[in-house]
Design a protein around this ligand. Structure first.
Ligand code: SAM
Ligand code: SF4
Length: 326
């Protein structure tokens, strides 16, 4: 069991397969030119598997693949299938531009639920946010996954003045389609132009939706980062991920492994532990994992408090989201 100094048990590992991506979402990639990691710096397929096995032997029973865009990696299918054989609950977060190439791999690996990022239901705005013309492919792949029986969760990063006017459109979308929409509060990362006044809070979103729809709060899993809601007479549902205005650190069970093989024990941690180097040089990886988890900060990587109005994004020390693995 991977337990930290605050007695939180960590059984959920998020592995970034690459920091590369075929989209350019402004909130995720730094503004200046971003240099993707050279291939030799990335964990190789067998290294990912070796590290994942150590985590599983220590109680990890859920693995999420992320990135960058995990499905741009050339050996993504082989990695997905190999991790699927570990007997954990395997899931993936993707921008869905390449999902149609991987349906069989998902099925063989036991992936039943796919998280997809989509911040707008308008094609032109999609291009503005991602700087790429892939809206139709993403929509088609959402429908493809639904037709194949996958559970589809759609992640929407809400940014004031950009897509907050579409919150109700997303709710309306769930009327006929069994989609679970997750509205995510905009978070500060290196170079992403975050300002507190661009944040739309959990409470603001709930108030808006409750004015227009008959909603009820659902039971939350103790480790859930999201607050779940049902909407009367809708096939789908929605949730809020309120990292900024109402963080969920006290029940956090998450560990992140970056594409270059470093543990981040928190999304906002400054400290990283290099497991890949340790694995390559024959050091005791297990001990490094235990130490990293044990020393996890009580909340928000020790970098800021719940009072998000006081945050100056330039004072935070972190990688950009694309380099962490969201
Ligand atoms: N490429 C995949 C995708 O877009 O789903 C996986 C990686 S992406 C970094 C993972 C998640 O992080 C996405 O849902 C994305 O919207 C979210 N994300 C990225 N930057 C964010 C930010 N600044 N605030 C909130 N969520 C963010
Ligand atoms: Fe790529 Fe996902 Fe980041 Fe967008 S959010 S740039 S799709 S990694």
């Amino acid at each position: 069991m991977l337990r930290d100094q605050y007695n939180r048990v960590h059984n959920y590992l998020r592995i970034s397969l690459t920091d590369n991506c075929n989209l350019r979402c402004f909130y995720c990639m730094p503004e200046e030119d971003y240099a993707f990691m050279p291939a030799q710096q990335l964990m190789q397929q067998e290294e990912i598997l070796a590290l994942a096995k150590i985590f599983v032997a220590n109680g990890v029973n859920k693995i999420r693949l992320t990135g960058g865009e995990p499905l741009v990696r050339k050996d993504a299918a082989a990695i997905i299938r190999a991790l699927g054989a570990l007997g954990v609950s395997l899931t993936i977060t993707t921008n869905a531009t390449r999902v149609h190439h991987f349906i069989d791999d998902f099925t063989v690996a036991g992936i039943r639920s796919v998280n997809i990022s989509l911040d707008t239901l308008q094609s032109e705005k999609f291009q503005l946010i991602t700087r790429r013309d892939q809206f139709t492919v993403v929509m088609d792949n959402i429908h493809l996954l639904l037709s194949k029986g996958f559970k589809v969760k759609v992640n929407v990063v809400v940014v004031k003045g950009l897509n907050d006017g579409e919150i109700l459109d997303f709710i309306e979308w769930t009327k006929e389609l069994p989609i679970h929409v997750r509205f995510i509060e905009f978070m500060p990362f290196d170079g992403n132009r975050w300002k507190s006044d661009k944040l739309v809070t959990l409470q603001e979103m709930i108030d808006l939706i409750a004015l227009n729809y008959d909603i009820t709060a659902a039971e939350n899993d103790p480790h859930d980062t999201s607050k779940q809601f049902h909407i009367r007479n809708h096939a789908g549902s929605f949730a809020m991920i309120s990292t900024m205005s109402a963080p969920f650190c006290s029940s956090c069970n998450r560990i992140r492994l970056t594409a270059d093989g470093k543990i981040k024990n928190c999304l906002f941690s400054q400290e990283e532990t290099d497991l890949l180097q340790a694995l390559r040089s024959g050091q005791n990886v297990q001990e490094l994992i235990e130490q990293s988890i044990y020393h996890k900060h009580k909340e928000l990587g020790g970098q800021f408090s719940k009072n998000f109005e006081l945050i100056n994004a330039n004072d935070l020390h972190n990688r950009s989201m694309i380099a962490i693995g969201g």
